[in-house]
Design a protein around this ligand. Sequence first.
Ligand code: GLU
Ligand code: ZN
Length: 504
Amino acid sequence: MTDAVLGDLEPSAVRVRFPPSPTGLLTVGNIRSALFNWAFARHFGGKLVLRIEDTDTARNTAEGYRYTYDALRWLGLTWDEGPEVGGDFGPYLQSERMDIYADVVAKLMAAGRAYHCYCSQEELDQRREAARTAGQHSGYDGHCRNLSPEQVQAYVDEGRRPVVRLRMPDHPIVFDDLVRGEITFLPENLGDYVLVRANGYPLYPLVNPVDDALMEITHVLRGEDLLPSTPRQIALYEALADIGVGSGRTPRFGHLPFVMGEGNKRLSKRDKGSGLTEYVDRGFLPEGLLNYLALLGWSIAEDRDVFTMAEMVEAFDIRKVNSNAARFDPKKCEAINAAHMRLLPQEEFAQRMIPFLAATGVLPEQPSEEQLAVLRAAVPLVQERMNTLSESDEMLGFLFVDEDAFRVDPDAAAKVLTGDAHAVLDAAAKALADLGDTEWTTEAIEAALRASLIDGLGLKPKNAFGPVRVAISGRRISPPLFESLELLGREKSLHRLERARRTT
Ligand code: GLU
Ligand code: ZN
């Protein structure tokens, strides 16, 4: 297996790349590509190159670059060469490689592997239309492949500015895709394509393969949407090898399956759930999100969904990636995240909650020892109940919020603090007030409330404890009640019961 993937390559010689554009947006599709490249590189002990495809400078913003680096770091997808890291094959921003592309194009032209095309858009359109009517293939017809010096001069005299086209081979292009097996492209479907615009602007079909060649990339793992560009990329690779640019070896390609969203349509960057920021804000764990994204095309074992990144690296095999489109399932994504929430050591869980409790203002960014002690004691009460970290505040905010800022959710009050609730709160407050500071334990609190509300008032547990829960936590759903009362402390608990009693 491994041999088929590596050929005669040493495992540590593996070089893969992740080449995003710095648009300030990473989608789950992008991240899955980054993840599979990262796992592939780590599995073999090779290198992951981060290259920023920013030739389209109009679309790039300073924040876009920052966002890309921060997002990959947040995910833990570290790169071995690239921006902020360096490496022997830089620069790693394409915008800083313009001279390199100009030089390569000059060499391709000199060797006859690329040529100037002077056709105007109208001429191209007309001939394409005519070809279509005649039932012929409608790609570029090769009109300018072999212009005489006089014809060229005539075009130049007319003031025409040429594009540069690659001279495509006239034989089929066949390659063994690591995911999809053998794929053949026929020459009639592969017209000579444009590498450089008339204004000198180098295009993706030029710069992406040129950089892959110069950066000695050995494997290209990317989304299936890029499959149509692969035969052109291979043709350019072969031309570059012939003129001595780059490593001279064509990389192996593996095209990762489409990711489908709602209604079985390809997930687009406009769809909800497609952008990384949403997951960061919702308090996903990077390892939970990555685990789910790994399942979009790959699995570690038939009956197993949850695994660590270390386990993925160990087991990852690009040959086992499924070529069928994968369905993005937001519910499953959250469930996988929840499983990773449960796997965290308690102290780690507490630490990861802090930024989310700080974001709503109930905890400072550096909590006091006292606050940390409460947080640590609360973790076992909530760790099994939370799916994402953004639930931290609704789960535990009531333990830390300032008494002045504490509010009962109006909806909870309307539903629970009505009818008999006043009498219930009255009895609860009396029973709890009898407990001294040193008796304020979960067991004693439970015994006192049961004696007073269940045995004394003859209430059902739901009717007895519901009002108490809303009064002290402000919500209908909270961590277990008696433990919550213990953690909240005697003074605050009695104060909140009293407040609720007055308004009920
Ligand atoms: N910059 C391209 C993209 O983000 C790179 C595609 C590739 O992997 O070749 O779509
Ligand atoms: Zn032409």
